[in-house]
Design a protein around this ligand. Structure first.
Ligand code: NAP
Ligand code: HSE
Length: 432
């Protein structure tokens, strides 16, 4: 028995998938049963790193979906449209779908889930989060008995690669981003990586799996690394922290009607050097899942790139192929899990965390005292307050707070910045 594969996209990930399918030796025996039948690209003239029979490559993705020899549709083209419509067309045709497209799942997951449930077809997405790291299936299945308290992680390879090289080598931001693009880590538009949108798509998917209800993706607070300054990475280092782009989904409480209230967010974060995520460097990702009764489980590995991502895509194909072999056409448990609970995001001013703030202020007696008093008036306890030489006139004052409710912290900041001797808040980062 052979299973026909239709590939939508032959870029970084698509080429990685084609390479695995073309060399089944030494892999799971089912890989040998997969036959690449048809491929769609945008530009037929573009050179490809894999050699495929020219007659299977075209520029009409709808024709791949409709091809009767294609049993499983693999969407690795990216973007929202036409990816969404093609996934829905495959489902309507009763064809299982494997996708690496977190953007489309995070925004149109409910629609896709409903269509797949109605038609009884699988839509698998292991590659959408964490590249080569198995995290979707473990969260769906292996950790299913747990009450999940928190899922936190470094889930964007491009930004972790950039931050790691900036911290280790003092490398230039733009040059390292160009390297990440050349290595195939970055999205077609790297703004999605550096501004945090890619990590937000992924944490929205993980939150949906961990808490059993979809969250409103556009409402997730997101801050990327594009406005991060090298001096804050240095100051954080002096205080014993490393800076990482962290994505977090955690339980905050529940409404009287049982709606789960979640704190879901993405932002650069100061991690104490001994935190398990602090040593995750380069393109590696890590996801820390904290649940009852399992405790802490960490998933670690390469979070982007052709090989790792294709590994996850082909694993999903094998999953479907194995189930087809057993003659099933059942509903994907992920899709069923998409709606077992209502979830909503917590109001921003009720979240609670530590903070790092850098003020630019006049260098005169009493400034540090005034800053301390404003924080004290709002009940914000300080862990440290350090004055640094400023490049220009005045002083830089770096404060690290203990955990505090965001509303109180913001009110204290407003009171501080209203003082004439405080010129500006130059940086404000969260701290674990
Ligand atoms: P990519 O290198 O830009 O490849 C996209 C492919 O899709 C290209 O072959 C492109 O054709 C084709 N394509 C795009 N729009 C098309 C259209 N309208 N019609 C026909 N073909 C079209 O992207 P990628 O890095 O492989 O990423 C693909 C997906 O995987 C994205 O959803 C991404 O978020 C996800 N992902 C990527 C990684 C990674 O490390 N790169 C990891 C995990 C998930 P041309 O080649 O002719 O331009
Ligand atoms: N652009 C993404 C990243 C690809 O850098 O993590 C993997 O999803």
């Amino acid at each position: 028995m052979t299973i026909g594969i239709g590939l939508l996209g032959l870029g970084t990930v698509g080429a990685g998938v084609a390479q695995i399918l073309a060399s089944p030796e030494g892999r799971h025996p089912l890989v040998g049963a997969l036959s690449l039948r048809r491929v769609a690209v945008r530009d037929l003239q573009r050179p490809r790193p894999v050699s495929l029979a020219p007659e299977i490559i075209g520029d009409d993705p709808a024709a791949v979906v409709a091809d009767p020899t294609v049993d499983i549709v693999v969407e690795v083209m990216g973007g929202l449209e036409p990816a969404r419509s093609l996934i829905l067309a495959a489902i309507a045709a009763g064809k299982p779908v494997v996708t690496a497209n977190k953007a489309v799942i995070a925004r149109h997951g409910a629609e896709i889930a409903a269509a797949a449930a109605e038609r009884g077809v699988y839509v698998l997405m292991e590659a959408a989060v964490g590249g080569g790291i198995p995290i979707i299936e473990p969260l769906k299945q292996s950790l299913g008995a747990n009450r999940i308290e928190r899922v936190s992680g470094i889930i964007n390879g491009t930004t972790n690669y950039i931050l790691s090289r900036m911290a280790a080598e003092g490398a230039d931001y733009a040059a390292v981003l160009a390297d990440a693009q050349a290595l195939g880590y970055a999205e077609a538009d790297p703004a999605a990586d550096v501004q945090g949108a890619d990590a937000a798509d992924k944490i929205a998917i993980l939150a949906g799996l961990a808490y059993g209800g979809l969250v409103d993706r556009p409402a997730i607070p997101v801050e990327g690394i594009d406005r991060l300054q090298a001096r804050d990475i240095d100051y954080a280092g002096n205080l014993g922290f490393v800076v990482k782009l962290l994505a977090v989904a955690q339980r905050h409480g529940s409404d009287p009607d049982g709606t789960e209230v979640l704190d879901v967010r993405v932002h650069p974060t100061l991690l104490p050097r001994d935190h398990p995520l602090a040593g995750v460097n380069g393109v590696n990702n890590a996801i820390l899942v904290e649940g009852d009764p399992v405790g802490r489980v960490m998933f670690y590995g390469p979070g982007a790139g052709a090989g790792p991502t294709a590994s996850a895509v082909v694993a999903d194909i094998l999953n479907i192929a194995a189930i087809r072999g057993l003659g099933a056409g059942a509903l994907d448990p992920l899709l069923a899990a998409g709606s077992w609970r209502r979830c909503r995001l917590v109001e921003a001013d009720r979240t609670c965390h530590r903070n790092y703030v850098r003020f630019q202020a006049a260098d005169r007696p009493g400034v540090i005292g005034h800053i301390g008093s404003c924080f004290g008036a709002e009940g914000v306890s300080l862990q440290s307050i350090v004055q640094h030489e400023s490049e220009g006139p005045g002083a830089e004052i770096v404060v690290v707070t203990h955990a505090v409710e965001e509303g109180r912290f913001r009110r204290a900041l407003a009171a501080i910045t209203a003082r004439p001797e405080v010129e500006a808040v130059q940086a404000c980062l969260r701290t674990l």
